[in-house]
Design a protein around this ligand. Structure first.
Ligand SMILES: [Zn+2]
Ligand SMILES: [Zn+2]
Length: 170
């Protein structure tokens, strides 16, 4: 009632100790640290938005991981567990609390994630009679789009979705 209870307050950054602020307009309720730009969301919310085998695997890895030396959970008194993922040969580490399912993303880790190239739009036709070329460009653009979708479904997709869901990539 009096406010300021240390155990039940707003989520705090495990690195800076400052209060995290909810980010407006993210698909999943996400908190951001104004100091280091780290993000916190819950695994349950992420899975509601984008369930994937990778997120399940992330959870199982966290359950098996040792809690030794883990960061403090932003939202509960527990320690998080460091989980290493390896999309496309990059060792990405996330912190997961197996008590309250909070997942913490360090900005330094996210910056290293490769972005699946987005399809570029076909060029505008500049000359009369360039319509055939435009159709070709559209077909090529469509095929590139399909390829990048298929690619995203194969590798790194859960992490890419994670970045989108927590507002890292708008
Ligand atoms: Zn911070
Ligand atoms: Zn927790």
């Amino acid at each position: 009632m009096s406010g300021g209870s240390p155990d039940t307050g707003d989520p705090r950054c495990p690195r800076c100790g400052v209060a995290l602020a909810p980010i407006p307009r993210t698909p999943v309720l996400t908190y951001r640290c104004p100091g280091c730009d780290g993000r916190a969301a819950t695994l349950a919310a992420l899975r509601r938005e984008h369930d994937s085998p990778e997120l399940t695997e992330l959870w199982f890895q966290a359950r098996r991981a040792s809690p030794a030396g883990g960061l403090a959970c932003p939202t509960c008194p527990s320690s998080m567990k460091r989980v290493a993922l390896d999309p496309r040969g990059l060792a990405i580490e996330l912190d997961v609390c197996t008590i309250c399912e909070t997942i913490w993303l360090d900005p330094g880790e996210l910056e290293r994630l490769p972005v699946t190239p987005r399809p570029t739009s076909p060029p505008d036709p500049l000359l009369p009679g360039a319509e055939d070329a435009l159709v070709d460009a559209r077909v090529r653009g469509y095929l590139a789009h399909q390829r990048s979708l298929a690619h995203a479904q194969q590798v790194g997709t859960a992490l890419e979705w994670l970045c989108v869901l927590v507002g890292w990539w708008a």
